[in-house]
Design a protein around this ligand. Structure first.
Ligand code: KG4
Ligand code: ZN
Length: 347
């Protein structure tokens, strides 16, 4: 029954949270979106500096909101990979320092494992095995969750991640950063059938081996670019809502098709969705309907646990700590680390 304080600084949110097993007692998120918006995307050095300025306050607030004291905390964790190394180092250094000063075990957590654990926060009785559809700004993966720390990646994107595609198309439509929420909002007033777009043709054997659960979004992105160029020549006003709705519909259909096929092929009856794109209303609608047709259970974390937060990191760390997994204080930040490598973070 571990209670863990965790820090998440892998990208553009400075977050701290306290989780007791699978219950979030507090979750503080200081978003840097307003800072990075002026640059049209995350500037790594700016992110690191802002994490330094904000992290102590986030930790203090997380403790205060939980109504716990340091005596109640069993371990201190931080995201250690994958992410922006300079940004990861801020959270890691804070967590290691607190662990040392307070004499608690330290745990590094894989960011994607955190996104998987977000589902447990709202569904504490969930047990592996299940399928996780992980759709974030950097990843589009279908992961077979076998146990704590034991994962198999069944499908990935061959090019852009789903969230990256949302962000790039939003930039094309001049909707600002981050693109996903802006497209989601606009799509509500658009016609999703207005413009037929390609789903990403990976039904053909691709170089390096054909994989039916892999996705591809760069072709779709280019198709939207061509559509915008064509419409700009033909019309005075771009039908932005219809383009957003058609794009979102295509991404939702493509992700749904692969997730359902993968769950059915593996005989898994539950699909847990994680990552920022799990907040997308089009994906939620499509996947829920398709899952119901196939008698599958689909679980979406509440919106506050879909995008980056520290509660999901604390939840993963609590499960590892319950099993006696502890990281060495020499653990560094890594920009890339496959989720299959999670157990190398613990001794
Ligand atoms: O998981 P996340 O917060 O950070 C990463 O680990 O990448 O995901 C951020 C991504 C961004 O690309 C953002 O545009 C996308 O999630 N996103 C959405 C929505 N909310 C956030 N995409 C589609 N619809 C949304 N409602
Ligand atoms: Zn994330």
């Amino acid at each position: 029954m571990a209670t863990v304080l965790a820090i998440e600084t892998s990208c553009d949110e400075t977050a701290a949270a306290i989780v007791k097993n699978r219950e979030a007692l507090s979750s503080v998120i200081a978003s840097q979106i307003a800072t990075h918006r002026q640059y049209g995307g995350v500037v790594p050095e700016v992110a690191s500096r802002q994490h330094v300025e904000t992290v102590n306050d986030a930790i203090a607030r997380a403790l205060q909101d939980s109504h716990l004291s340091w005596a109640d905390i069993d371990g201190v964790a931080a995201t250690c990979a994958p992410g922006l190394v300079g940004a990861l180092l801020v959270g890691l250094t804070a967590a290691k320092t607190l662990a040392t000063v307070r004499n608690k075990p330290f745990l590094g957590v894989h960011h994607l494992e955190g996104h998987i654990y977000a589902t447990y926060l709202s569904e504490p009785s969930l047990q592996p095995p299940f399928l996780c559809l992980l759709v974030s700004g950097g990843h589009t993966s279908l992961i077979h969750v076998k146990d704590c720390g034991i994962y198999e990646t069944l499908g990935q994107t061959r090019d852009d991640a789903a969230g990256e595609a949302f962000d790039k198309v939003a930039r094309l439509l001049q909707l600002g950063y981050p693109g996903g929420p802006a497209i989601d909002r606009l799509a509500k007033s658009g016609n999703p059938q207005a413009f037929p777009l390609p789903e990403g043709n990976i039904s053909l054997p691709a170089r390096g081996g054909y994989h039916p659960y892999d996705s591809s979004f760069s072709g779709l992105k280019t198709a939207v670019l061509r559509l915008v160029q064509k419409l700009q020549q033909e019309r005075e006003n771009l039908p932005v809502s219809d383009i957003a709705a058609s794009f979102q519909e295509t991404v939702a259909r493509s992700l749904t098709r692969r997730a359902i096929a993968c769950a059915l092929d593996l005989g898994l009856d539950t699909i847990a969705v994680g990552g920022g794109v799990a907040a997308n209303s089009g994906l939620r609608k499509h996947l829920q309907a398709a899952a119901a047709d196939h008698n599958l259970r689909v679980l979406f974390p509440p919106l506050k646990f879909c995008t980056d937060n520290a509660a999901m990191i604390a939840c993963a760390a609590a499960d590892h700590l319950n099993r006696g997994h502890i990281s060495p204080l020499t653990l560094g930040g890594q920009s890339r680390l496959a989720i299959t490598g999670v157990m190398q973070l613990y001794r």
